[in-house]
Design a protein around this ligand. Structure first.
Ligand code: SF4
Length: 306
């Protein structure tokens, strides 16, 4: 193969790419805990473990888990009946996903007759507890988040019937009818703190008897702060690794775009546009809370070899 001298010169003169890897990139404690619970329940492959919808939002990790005996049944939103799937599986076990489920779904899962282990992230559990306490005191509960996300679907189940609402933006607040009585407004665990605060204040301006409780989890805040730090430390582009349906990963990618940097949201190294990324000298790498370390290593190793 022939190379032009000019091209070879430009390659040899190009400085080595500097890769800044976010310290927080990868599993948060809630995801690590859920994986630990599910894999322990398999008893080294001796026992089948079912999860109601994906245990976590990362397809590559779910594939690996399936190989070790953890199988996803049910649907993404944990709504459909799943008893047909677990027929003749009396030796198996059910594990509740990291995003949690509604109390109604939990009762349904327990009624299936299999031993059931709860892998709900404790931070999601805290949001559920906040909603429960306020529902008992007859508050209306408003969740700032994505109404289609399993975490939000599960959390809404803790509000009193007819007294639970989900809002995503100001238009949703404008579209609400009159709400009688006090309100408590909480957040899905993976929102942007500034957006939550702004929307909660907007809601409060329409419904003054509102208590605002910031329930964004620490892992989300830490990962978002690190994106800002990567930008301050000179990153010209940031690669965000993680599931395209993982709420916290999608938010990280959005944050990168908001900082004005080039953003590459990929699930695996195969999706990375090498020509486009090679144009940058300093590249930041971060990953969602459900992205396994090996996927991040693959990307960093490839970049460092450029
Ligand atoms: S992102 Fe936050 S709420 Fe979600 S599993 Fe991790 S620690 Fe828990």
């Amino acid at each position: 193969m022939k190379f032009s001298t000019a091209k070879m010169d430009s390659i040899s003169k190009r400085p080595k790419m500097k890769v800044l890897r976010a310290k927080s990139a990868g599993f948060c404690f809630g995801v690590e805990r859920a994986i630990g619970i599910a894999t322990t329940c398999t008893e080294n492959g001796k026992r089948r473990v079912f999860t109601d919808g994906p245990l976590i939002h990362n397809s590559q990790m779910m594939e690996l888990l399936e190989k070790s005996g953890v199988k996803e049944i049910g649907d993404y939103a944990s709504k459909t009946a799943i008893d047909a799937d677990i027929k003749d599986a009396k030796d198996a076990m059910l594990v509740i996903r990291a995003h949690g489920v509604s109390p109604q779904r939990r009762a349904y899962l327990k009624s299936l007759g299999l031993p059931c282990k709860d892998a709900t992230c404790p931070d999601v559990g805290k949001i559920a507890g906040t909603i429960k306490i306020h529902a008992i005191k007859d508050y209306n509960v408003v969740i700032v988040g994505d109404p289609k996300h399993p975490e939000v679907i599960g959390l809404l189940g803790y509000a009193k019937p007819g007294k639970g609402f989900v809002i995503k933006n100001k238009q949703d607040v404008d579209n609400l009818g009159q709400i009688e009585g006090p309100c408590c407004i909480v957040s899905q665990s993976t929102m942007f703190p500034d957006d939550f605060e702004e929307l909660a204040e907007y809601f409060k301006s329409r419904f003054p008897d509102t208590k605002i409780v910031d329930t964004i989890c620490g892992a989300t805040k830490e990962r978002q702060n690190e994106v800002v730090r990567l930008a301050k430390n000179g990153a010209q582009a940031i690669i965000v690794i993680g599931g395209k349906h993982s709420a916290n990963t999608v938010k990280l990618a959005l944050l990168v775009k908001r900082t004005g940097l080039a953003c590459f949201h990929i699930e695996t190294i195969n999706e990375l546009d090498m020509d486009a990324i090679s144009k940058f000298q300093v590249v930041g790498v971060t990953a969602g809370a459900s992205t396994p370390a090996f996927l991040i290593d693959e990307v960093c190793n490839k970049l460092e070899s450029l």
